[in-house]
Write a protein that binds this ligand. Sequence first.
Ligand SMILES: Nc1ncnc2c1ncn2[C@@H]1O[C@H](COP(=O)(O)OP(=O)(O)O)[C@@H](O)[C@H]1O
Ligand SMILES: [Mg+2]
Length: 243
Amino acid sequence: MYGTGPDAVTALGPLSLEVPAGSFLVIVGASGCGKSTLLRLIAGFEEPTSGRVRIGDSPPTPGKGAGIVFQQPRLFPWKSVGGNVELALRYAGVPRAERARHIPELLLRVGLRDVAHRRTWQISGGQQQRVAIARALASDNPLLLLDEPFAALDALTRERLQEDLRLVSAQTGRTSVFVTHSVEEAVFLGSRVVVLTRRPGRIALDLDIPLPRTGLEPDELRALPEYAALRATVSQAVRTAAT
Ligand SMILES: Nc1ncnc2c1ncn2[C@@H]1O[C@H](COP(=O)(O)OP(=O)(O)O)[C@@H](O)[C@H]1O
Ligand SMILES: [Mg+2]
């Protein structure tokens, strides 16, 4: 709940979610239903009014327990691409010598091998968001939180980043919680999709996405009949949840 008295806003209704290690959970819901609030609770930036959040056995440590990617990349413009990643590694406590080794690895992982020395304003919006993902992967904590990270990108760039993120998540085995209002994005990325109702957000649908995480080209995946069926199920739930 935000605020007190007559101005109080209850962002989230009662809800219980357990996210198994290594899974990719996508939260879908209309604007204002409490998606960002849920992520901030998991990140430890907010305290729940009632209930609790546990990561393993511990409460979340604000700013430390998870790599976070926001809708805007929020990079440091006075630093190079590599410099931004370096800062994240330093913040994660990685010693200097190891940082030099990790930077190219991380940039390669997000498809940015050649731009390490560029300034962040010299690269495209999609590339900036790739830097933000590399930065979130810099600490070795196992949790990745992404709040509509591709919402501001054009459709083609967005699709590329979705494809690469899907691969990165399979390769790194990070536990991910990804927020979006796109049904397409949810079914493509998630190993599980949770649809929230309107504010105060509660769980309207909790659906496993039993599609292969590796071995298929993105287009092959999107062409599967099961894919279309899952998309229809989520779409229906989103429509019902909005009314
Ligand atoms: N810091 C805040 N103070 C007061 N109200 C807030 C704050 N953050 C979010 N809210 C309200 O809580 C509700 C859920 O917001 P949010 O979690 O940002 O939704 P979403 O990310 O799904 O769009 C909205 O009604 C919003 O106005
Ligand atoms: Mg939000």
